[in-house]
Ligand binder design. Structure first.
Ligand SMILES: [Zn+2]
Length: 145
């Protein structure tokens, strides 16, 4: 069984070989650890030589091609998700610091007002609770100053 050279593996990675040669190399790769090692080394080298992609301009180009309406919807959606995440983090932080205990009464009030309107969706009541939390935090911060 003949081993393949670095150059041959490089040609394989760069897709410069004929289909039959490719198959030959692939078959060998499955049965030879030594060549597999060389092959991986070649991939690493090839990756280093690749030009660095400017992801920021790449994203801008994609955004420019998107229909404006769709884009706005997406931004709104992301913003909502972001706020839920912020609310979740704040809730967790408050729970662990014990601060949550002191504002529990306010949250319960919001809960009661939400349950009195059964047609309200879970997400909107959750949003109300989150907003109530934000307001309390805002007040607490102002008091602290
Ligand atoms: Zn080999």
């Amino acid at each position: 069984m003949r081993h393949f050279s670095n150059e041959e593996w490089m040609s394989y990675i760069n897709d410069k070989l004929s289909k039959t040669t490719c198959e030959e190399l692939e078959d060998h790769l499955f049965s030879c650890d030594q060549c597999l090692e060389v092959y991986i080394k070649m991939i690493d080298r090839q990756a280093e030589e690749l030009p660095v992609i400017d992801y920021s301009s790449f994203t801008d180009e994609i955004i420019a091609e998107l229909p404006q309406k769709k884009m706005r919807k997406k931004i709104l959606y992301q913003r909502t998700l972001f706020h839920y995440a912020v609310a979740a983090v704040i809730t967790l932080t408050l729970m662990t610091t014990g601060f949550f205990q002191s504002i529990m009464g306010v949250v319960t009030t919001v809960e009661v007002s939400s349950t009195s309107k059964p047609q309200q969706s879970v997400s909107s009541s959750l949003m109300k609770k989150s907003l109530a939390l934000f307001e309390i935090i805002d007040i607490k911060q102002k008091e602290g100053q």
